[in-house]
Design a protein around this ligand. Structure first.
Ligand code: 2RA
Length: 349
């Protein structure tokens, strides 16, 4: 019998990408059950080319489910992932509710697939999109050189803030496009008016703040990069510093990475590792103008890496530019990959 999969939050932004991904990947699932809030129940949505009626989230909706994916807000996952687990399903959660729970593994299949087996609560967490946009490449480099320190800056797309972020950027761009704004203090701010979810204009601008403010001036996104990288790589004392920045890009997060290793590095060896690592594409011919950019990477699955350099003042450190689609590998794809790891384990049992 092929396992039954439930997609909780099937009608949302990530749920929509998820239905597309499930339609493209190997067809390992028996039934795919689409679950959403009661107000979406009864809607018909397409997955694997078939129309499926959405059922309302309830305890009964997990009856007979082997793997339940959650693409819903933290508080919905916090309430319902344990219900799915109690019903016998393995819950794969894409919210922030369980990521740092020591009894919940945080899994990126290319890096730590083995961790998925140890799940005392019956729940597996999917990392935040900012961490996911770089961690596959870093995991591959860590395996060779031994990572000791990470200093990153992110360039995060507005779809990380959901539909409101995308609508805000599109509205603001429409207001400033074709003008000569952007030459005097505050002219863009006055023209765009509504700032949406951001503390400053996002059109014609960059905003050095993503997520919410936490202790000592750090943001939630910056703390996630640190805590999640440590947990996924199994390096609880890894030195990590992140500065998270929102940029006027619709989808695909980018990061500049300064990675310091235990061992001396070379660009040639880093190229060799990155060009053969599963889930990574090396795109690094700056003399031909070739490096990843969000506009070229959006809609693709891998982590793209370019601008690989050895630090001029440190033979143990590499500088990289990394791009990853925050809705695909950053969210739906990684969740689907974790679910496939669990399905393979259930099939083997
Ligand atoms: C963002 N990483 O880009 C977040 C979404 N979870 O805002």
């Amino acid at each position: 019998r092929k396992p039954t999969l439930a997609v909780v939050g099937a009608t949302g932004a990530v749920g929509t990408v998820m239905r597309g991904i499930l339609s493209e990947r190997a067809d390992i699932w028996g039934e795919i059950r689409l679950i959403a809030s009661p107000r979406s129940a009864g809607r018909k949505l397409t997955v694997r080319g078939e129309e499926v009626e959405v059922v309302a989230l309830s305890e009964e909706s997990f009856e007979g489910v082997d793997v339940a994916m959650f693409d819903v807000p933290d508080e919905v996952s916090a309430q319902w992932a344990p219900v799915a687990a109690a019903k016998g399903a393995v819950a794969v959660d894409n919210s922030g509710a369980f990521r740092m729970d020591p009894d919940v593994p945080l899994v990126v299949p290319e890096v730590n697939a083995h961790a998925a087996r140890n799940r005392p609560r019956g729940i597996i967490s999917n990392p935040n999109c900012t961490t996911l946009s770089m961690i596959v490449a870093l995991g591959a480099l860590h395996a060779e050189f031994g990572l000791s320190e990470l200093i990153v800056s992110s360039y995060q797309a507005v779809s990380g803030s959901g539909k409101e972020g995308v609508d805000t950027l599109r509205d603001q761009v429409a207001k400033v496009a074709g003008t000569d704004l952007g030459t005097h203090p505050g002219d863009v701010r006055r023209a765009v008016g509504d700032l949406g979810p951001y503390p400053a204009p996002i059109a014609f601008n960059v905003v050095p703040f993503a997520g919410s403010l936490k202790e000592d001036g750090w943001t939630s996104e910056e703390l996630k990069v640190r805590n999640e990288s440590r947990k996924i790589l199994g390096l609880p004392d890894l030195r990590v510093t992140a500065t998270c920045v929102r940029v006027p890009v619709i989808t695909t997060h980018s990061l500049t990475v300064h990675a310091r290793f235990e061992n001396e590095v070379s660009v040639a060896k880093a190229h060799e590792i990155l060009s053969s690592a599963p889930g990574v594409v090396l795109c690094d011919s700056p003399e031909k103008g070739e490096f990843p950019t969000p506009a070229d990477v959006v809609g693709t699955d891998p982590t793209w890496v370019g601008r690989v350099r050895r630090s001029m003042d440190d033979p143990n450190a590499l500088e990289l530019f990394v791009c990853g689609d925050n809705l695909r590998k950053g969210a739906a794809l990684n969740t689907a990959q974790i679910a496939e790891v669990v399905a393979a384990e259930l099939n083997a049992a």
